[in-house]
Design a protein around this ligand. Structure first.
Ligand code: SDX
Length: 424
């Protein structure tokens, strides 16, 4: 039985190859469809369309499986750390002790910002949204590192990109936060470890090991998620051979949207709204189901997961652990758990396979760590950086990759002649 698909159209039969991945996923390769048949395909939101073949991350939405380079997210969250997981995503293998030390030494080497970038950062008003600040400042880095602007993704560019961006984005975020609270920036101290260093730059003073571990776990859980909206954006921009700062800045902007990474901020705002409204979450469940009401249950639902998002399960447990450790009683957590309990029994959500996603509980932890709500999505950026960079690197190393340029079906006016204004 040939592994081809057959498409019949107006009496013609077109044979199209089917490719099979290592997890037995199958895809019809339509590379030659238009040349053979004159037909193109169209797929709103690319719900059924693969953009690439990738070795970085595997997820199975029906079974709630997520693996980075084959390693289950549950094992990495429990046993690895963010720097090691970043190395794994980027290089394809877990590092040896020496490789991990060399990688972290590289990140340490870049743990500073050019004075000009600090000046740019200082031009933003204190009430600017951190996502706009981070995106603009990452793009501005292109003005200070011309060696990254060449058309080729050289080995030097690839090696430096992940170490430099993991080091500098962390500083950009912490420095801007310090400006918003009227305090001077704190120099990075990489000897503290990646996540503890970030918290120290944000809040100064002693950082509890469990708090740093909770943040590190959150960063691992956000590190990659195959061809999501922002990773696809990084690939599209990277496919034109734009520089790495432009690709990552574009990914940050795509993540900003409420339907994507912006959901973690929207979840907290929703929980605050429910609390201010008296805590009646059943009322908000009804609003979420009402087609005439634009309200959506933020942090619920997912394009791919039609089962529990495995990350949400881990974060929910981490919520209880870290809030107990910090002796924080957060009524928003109780509202979130109540929402989840009611929604998971409600036919509307069950029928549509709507479960809590990675954004539903993460904000509760960020809030307990003292991170301001408008910085939650920037925290998603910090976690997703290694994933975006790994997807970008895979694209640039794929000699067959073409510039992303989708087709369309035109539905506008057919040809007509220009009329002089006096005739209109
Ligand atoms: C992330 O792709 C990734 O991997 C993303 C991410 C990553 O790690 O990169 O996992 C991170 O972005 C997680 C998602 C965060 N977004 C939110 O929490 C926002 C709230 N959720 C939704 O807006 C929605 O569920 C999406 C955007 C996540 C998914 O939307 P889809 O796949 O386009 O599905 P849809 O909007 O067509 O919804 C299908 C049905 C619709 O109802 P019907 O038209 O069938 O009657 O489900 C309903 C929707 O109205 N629905 C919801 C809902 N989500 C979907 N109804 C109420 N509340 C919701 N949250």
């Amino acid at each position: 039985m040939s592994d081809n698909a057959k498409l019949e159209f107006k009496g013609e039969v077109y044979e199209l190859p089917v490719i099979t991945g290592t997890e037995n996923e199958k895809a019809i390769d339509i590379t030659k469809l238009r040349a053979q048949s004159g037909l193109i395909t169209i797929d709103n939101g690319f719900m059924n369309t693969g953009s690439c073949q990738s070795k970085v991350t595997f997820l199975n939405g029906e079974k709630g499986i997520l693996r980075y380079r084959g390693y289950p997210i549950e094992q990495l969250a429990e046993k690895s750390d963010f720097v090691e997981t970043s190395y794994l995503l980027y290089n394809g293998e877990l590092p040896t002790k020496a490789q991990r030390e060399a990688f972290y030494a590289d990140i340490t080497k870049h743990a500073k910002l050019p004075e000009g970038v600090k000046n740019i950062l200082n031009q933003f008003p204190a009430d600017a949204h951190p996502m706009g600040v981070v995106s603009a400042t990452v793009s501005a880095l292109s003005g200070f590192y011309p060696e990254f602007l060449g058309p080729e993704a050289t080995d030097e560019v690839k090696e430096r990109a992940i170490a430099q961006l993991m080091a500098q984005v962390k500083i950009i975020m912490a420095n801007f936060y310090r400006k918003t609270v009227g305090k001077d920036p704190i120099e990075s101290n990489p000897a503290l470890g990646y996540s503890k260093d970030f918290l120290n730059m944000m809040f100064d003073g002693e950082v509890d090991d469990d708090v740093a571990k909770a943040l590190d776990t959150l960063l691992i859980l956000h590190a990659d998620h195959e061809q999501n909206c922002s990773a696809s954006t990084v690939r599209v921009v990277g496919s034109s051979h734009a520089n790495i700062f432009a690709s990552i800045s574009a990914g940050i902007d795509a993540l900003w949207g409420q339907l994507h990474g912006g959901a973690n901020q929207a979840v907290l705002e929703m929980l605050e709204e429910i609390k201010a409204d008296g805590g009646d979450y059943e009322k908000f469940i009804a609003k979420a189901k009402d087609k005439n009401d634009p309200f959506r249950l933020m942090g619920f639902g997912h394009r791919v997961y039609k089962n529990f998002d495995p990350r949400a399960k881990i974060i929910k447990v981490a919520c209880d652990t870290i809030l107990e450790k910090l002796n924080v009683q957060d009524p928003l957590l109780d509202i979130a758990k109540g929402l989840e309990e009611v929604a998971l029994k409600d036919e509307y959500f069950v029928q549509r396979n709507l479960y809590p996603n990675v954004d539903f509980y993460s904000g509760i932890i960020y809030k307990a760590l003292g991170i301001p709500t408008n910085m939650f999505t920037a925290m998603f950026v910090l976690g997703r950086l290694p994933g975006w960079l790994s997807q970008w690197k895979e694209l640039r190393e794929d000699g067959t990759a073409k510039i992303a340029r989708p087709r369309q079906v035109y539905t506008g006016e057919t040809e007509r002649n220009y009329k002089d204004i006096s005739e209109r």
